[in-house]
Design a protein around this ligand. Structure first.
Ligand SMILES: Cc1cc2nc3c(=O)[nH]c(=O)nc-3n(C[C@H](O)[C@H](O)[C@H](O)COP(=O)(O)OP(=O)(O)OC[C@H]3O[C@@H](n4cnc5c(N)ncnc54)[C@H](O)[C@@H]3O)c2cc1C
Length: 444
């Protein structure tokens, strides 16, 4: 029997893929059913869905359904400290944008699709606490034990399966590195008439060097804001941090100073801030993902990353799509598939993990830098003029045909070249665009 641990985005999508192949599959999920519980009634938390994720959804016929429930975000809307805004489109090409989608809505729809189209059983309130790989026995907190030939561990960054492998399997290694920053989710509610209080089709960013806030639109007219800020203030410094924002007055003063245009749009700021927890931001690397051709880690369980490229879920979906391609090639020959999957995906997951950390610094520090803004303007022109030009962001976000590792290699080399060109001119008009594209082609 094939067992999937975790009915998050990766586990539910994998269940649909396997059910479509008529593989009998049982899913075990630690939480209750979100479609009937608290989350269904709770506040919206959203994510950016882009081409790699959409490509995977397309293969199980879920792409259009999901995109109908999403809001296109055509670019980054930068909010300066004095309240001016500037839209930096994600691409100069038509049709290249990202989509804001409800995390719970997406997950619920994937679970329903696996159940109704594939006849998959999802067992809720079943937390996996241990696994005996040699015997093929999975242990749950409830006392249930399950025999499995094959186990897919899609149980997220805190994976119970991975922790069990760490305890039991010689040579299994796992390492998490955390940024000094944490995050907190806040809300901009809809306007009284149900409309949007900020531009609807944008990902809003308030970059402030040492910290930043972002906001993504929801279908009901609200925005989910995420404040990324240091957890602690280093000794001897007066930099803001979560530990310093201890009461409503300090919080309001901080927002008045830093996010003055957003503050009047956030009537429940203090309530949200003091009710919601501070989340950590970590990169998880572990090895091996394949244990004895019986257990395979994928999605966040194998490679959780910081959220700054909006790729964690997209990468997890790509894992599932690539796994399916291997099943197409080899049939259900897991002895061949598991090692091949690990060999193929490790390098690509590591590349997007690195890019996500780099993008944290880009979003926080560089988007307000004039050289960076000139570079974005130049990239827009290049994308509008040359079919073979893709910015690094486009390669990662809109090129499902390009492995992440290749996007990282090409993108970083190209960025270096363009930043250097843009630092030498006052205006993009001063550059010879034919020469620029010739230089880029020459460097590939
Ligand atoms: C602030 C933030 C913003 C993000 N924004 C984006 C974005 O814009 N775009 C994007 O692509 N990604 C984004 N991500 C990343 C994305 O959330 C994850 O990469 C994605 O959820 C991974 O899916 P998963 O199914 O592998 O893991 P998870 O979503 O963690 O799902 C794991 C599932 O397993 C269950 N589970 C856990 N432990 C056990 C156990 N022991 N036994 C049984 N079940 C268990 C959990 O309840 C859950 O249902 C963001 C992440 C954060 C923190």
């Amino acid at each position: 029997m094939v067992v999937i641990i975790g009915a998050g985005p990766a586990g539910s999508l994998l269940a649909s893929y396997l059910a479509k192949r008529s593989t009998a599959v049982e899913v075990y999920e630690s939480r209750g059913d979100m479609r009937v519980g608290e989350v269904a009634r709770g506040r919206s938390i959203n994510m950016a869905l882009s081409d790699r994720g959409i490509a995977a959804l397309r293969e199980v016929g879920m792409d259009e359904y999901m995109l109908n429930a999403a809001i296109p975000m055509l670019g980054r809307m930068i909010h300066t400290p004095s309240g001016e805004t500037k839209m930096l489109p994600y691409s100069g090409r038509k049709g290249e944008y990202i989509n804001s989608i409800s995390r719970a809505g997406l997950n619920a729809a994937l679970m329903t699709a696996a159940e109704t189209n594939g006849g998959v059983n999802i067992h809720f309130n079943e937390r996996c606490v241990d696994i005996d790989v040699a015997a093929g026995t999975v242990y749950f907190e409830s006392g249930r034990t399950v025999k499995a030939d094959i186990v897919f561990a899609a149980d997220g960054a805190g994976s119970g399966v991975r922790q069990s492998l760490e305890r039991r399997e010689k040579g299994f290694e796992s390492h998490s590195a955390f940024l000094e920053h944490g995050y907190k989710e806040l809300v901009i509610p809809p306007a009284e008439d149900g409309g949007f209080l900020l531009e609807r089709n944008a990902l809003h960013i308030w970059p402030r060097h040492k910290f930043m806030m972002i906001a993504l639109p929801n279908l009901d007219g609200s925005f989910t804001c995420t404040l990324f800020l240091a957890q602690k203030t280093p000794a001897g410094s007066d930099e803001p941090s979560f530990e310093k924002l201890t009461d409503a007055a300090t919080l309001t003063a901080f927002f008045e100073e830093e996010f003055a245009d957003a503050l009047p749009l956030m009537p429940t700021l203090a309530e949200d801030f003091f009710e919601n927890p501070v989340g950590g931001l970590g990169t998880l690397r572990c090895s091996p993902w394949n244990t004895r051709e019986r257990v395979l880690l994928l999605g966040d369980a194998a490679h959780a990353m910081v959220p700054f490229y909006g790729q964690g879920m997209n990468c997890a979906f790509e894992d599932v799509r690539e796994l399916n391609a291997l099943i197409d090639r080899h049939g259900e020959d897991w002895q061949r598939i598991f090692p091949e999957f690990e060999a193929m995906r490790t390098e690509n997951a590591a590349a997007i993990q690195d890019l996500a950390i780099e993008n944290f610094y880009e979003m926080r520090d560089k988007v307000s830098d004039p050289v960076f803004q000139r570079k974005r303007e130049l990239e827009m022109r290049l994308e509008q003029t040359y079919d073979d030009y893709f910015s690094k962001y486009s390669m990662v976000t809109f090129r499902e045909d390009l492995p992440y590792a290749e996007a990282k290699r090409l993108g970083n080399a190209q960025d270096e070249l363009l930043m250097s060109l843009c630092s030498r001119v006052e205006s993009v008009a001063d550059l010879d665009i034919e020469q620029v594209i010739a230089d880029i082609r020459g460097a590939r």
